[in-house]
Design a protein around this ligand. Structure first.
Ligand code: 5AD
Ligand code: SF4
Length: 352
């Protein structure tokens, strides 16, 4: 902690942040460094009030289809990395993906998220066909989570009917990013995020917490970057080591730090859509629930067919789908028991 942050009054800081006065970097660092349980609780409660005021009590559900676990990239943290020869690879057929989306449309989700590694077998043309089929046959909003693409392809996805796109920046520390993602640059990723905004996509960013060598200053930079880019959706989860990757021996991220990140992000970004991520639930099931009392307002149930879901192993313990361990009715009942109705419609970001 810096001497500036020691001099800060935490209560005042939280009160000013709750009013929407913004937070400077040292103030964000101060809040992320809180270790007094009462102060941490005050931070979560303020974020919870801002969540209620800016996006309401509704929880929006996004149904995720993980349609391919092939990836041309080699991110050192991820189980889908190219060099992981132990992973059984799969690719869904186009029809199978559309069928799965039809199933989602019958339930309470207003949005489908098409997610995959960067799989060259899915060309832009092929993805456009899938997007337009889903748009023609369901009322779902289509969100893509398919990595980096050139501007022209992103435009084709938009023209085919996709309206949202998730592209986590992973970490705002460029040298850390470049050490974790061999051969790739943070600036290229940020440029792609700019393209998405320019094309009118509701755009998601996000980061991992607890990456090897990552500091609390880096986490403050993540929040400031997402604020500066005006991200519409923000996914933040802990790093979870995967045994078949170069980061196997590293400790996982801290669930409390993830919750503090969610809370501060809510205080700063106000009306964004913030999911309680699966990774947080893998770390501690109750932490994912607590996220809904610390700023989160989105839940993303996994609809990937049973026969594939266990192989979408970005990190271990992830295969929790609506078909197996998490029947959607239980999720809906849980939210209704805590006074959080399921949002109707697409659940787009409510602009100020
Ligand atoms: N632990 C937690 N999250 C991970 N991701 C990839 N690997 C891991 C891991 N080991 C996240 C990245 C990526 C998203 C699909 O999953 O943020 O963008
Ligand atoms: Fe591929 Fe994404 Fe995993 Fe990197 S994080 S290896 S781009 S699936």
């Amino acid at each position: 902690m810096t001497s500036t942050s020691e001099a800060m009054d935490t209560g005042d800081l939280i009160a000013r942040a709750e009013e929407g006065l913004g937070l400077a970097r040292p103030e964000i660092v101060h809040l992320l460094s809180l270790d007094d349980p009462a102060e941490i609780e005050a931070l979560y409660q303020a974020a919870d009030r801002v969540r209620r005021r800016c996006v309401g009590d509704e929880v929006h559900l996004r149904g995720v289809i993980e349609f391919s676990n092939h990836c041309r990239n080699n991110c050192t943290y991820c189980g889908l990395r190219r060099d992981n020869a132990k992973l059984a690879r799969y690719r869904m057929e186009d029809d199978e993906i559309v069928e799965c989306a039809l199933g989602i449309a019958e339930g309470p989700c207003g949005t489908v998220v098409l997610q995959a590694g960067e799989d060259p077998a899915f060309t832009a043309e092929r993805l456009c066909g899938i997007i337009s089929a889903i748009r023609a046959r369901t009322p779902l909003a289509v969100t893509l989570s398919v990595g980096r693409w050139p501007y022209e392809d992103l435009k084709a996805f938009r023209d085919a009917g996709a309206s949202r796109y998730l592209l986590r920046h992973e970490t705002a520390n460029a040298s850390l990013y470049e050490s974790l993602c061999p051969g790739r640059r943070l600036s290229d990723r940020i440029e792609c995020i700019r393209h998405l905004k320019r094309l009118g996509f509701e755009t998601g960013m996000g980061c991992m917490v607890g990456l090897p060598g990552q500091t609390v200053e880096d986490l403050a930079s993540d929040i400031l970057l997402m604020q500066e880019m005006d991200a519409d959706m923000i996914g933040i989860g802990p790093f979870i080591p995967h045994g078949d990757t170069p980061l196997a021996g590293h400790p996982p991220g801290d669930a409390e730090m993830v919750l503090k990140m969610l809370a501060v992000t809510r205080l700063v970004t106000r009306d964004t859509n913030i999911p309680a991520t699966t990774a947080l639930g893998v770390l501690r099931a109750e932490a994912r629930k607590r996220a809904f009392f610390a700023g989160a307002n989105v839940f993303m149930p996994v609809y990937t067919p049973k026969k594939y879901a266990p192989d979408y192993q970005i990190y271990p313990g992830k295969a929790v789908s609506v078909h197996e361990d998490m029947p959607l009715q239980e999720v809906v009942d849980y939210f209704s028991s805590i006074g959080r109705p399921i949002g109707a419609g697409h659940g787009a970001r409510r602009k100020r």
